[in-house]
Design a protein. Structure first.
Length: 175
């Protein structure tokens, strides 16, 4: 890579890593809330013989948010479930082109999620959740948030692939 491209890629990767750190921390908080809500529900139901009406809903909402924003974490590490039989047969420029096409599909998926999430959130802002009475748009906007994160990470990966002249040397079998 040339000097300017190398610096640009390092900055992109630093931004991507920063986003991933924030999303990981948010995910850990959501997971902790989910666990506390579930354990609390079990304790109240079986130890105190009194069921809390809102804990299941809270756990479900945390689960949805955690997974939709967490999906972007796997893009950089290529951790999503894939069938790699074709990828493993390709090398050099052909592999790079296919990797870019895959990232374009992820980008498209993120754009669809962003649009659908915004539409869903705008149509559900007057609806309240059953147990906690929070606007459903707060839950439904998670689709759009996940879409934005997919778009950002896919763009970073596409730019890294396009600017990486040593890609054919560094590549190996898909993970």
């Amino acid at each position: 890579m040339e000097g300017g491209e190398s610096v640009f890629i390092k900055k992109l990767e630093k931004i991507s890593d920063g986003i991933n750190t924030v999303i990981s921390n948010i995910g850990m908080v959501l997971f902790a809330i989910l666990i506390v809500a579930c354990v609390g529900q079990v304790f109240f139901r079986f130890a105190l013989n009194h069921s809390l009406s809102w804990t299941e809903e809270l756990a479900r909402f945390c689960f949805v948010w955690m997974h939709l924003i967490g999906a972007s974490l796997l893009i950089e590490s290529r951790g999503h479930a894939t069938v790699t039989i074709i990828l493993d047969m390709l090398h050099g420029t052909a592999r790079k082109i296919l990797d870019i096409i895959i990232e374009l599909f992820i980008l498209f998926d993120g754009a669809v999620m962003l649009r659908a999430g915004l539409v869903l959130a705008s149509k559900s802002h007057n609806n309240l959740s059953t147990a906690m009475s929070v606007p459903m748009s707060i839950i439904n906007i998670s689709v759009a948030a996940g879409g934005i994160l997919l778009i950002i990470q896919a763009i970073v990966q596409i730019l890294v692939l396009l600017m990486d002249k040593d890609y054919a040397i560094k590549e190996g079998p898909a993970q």
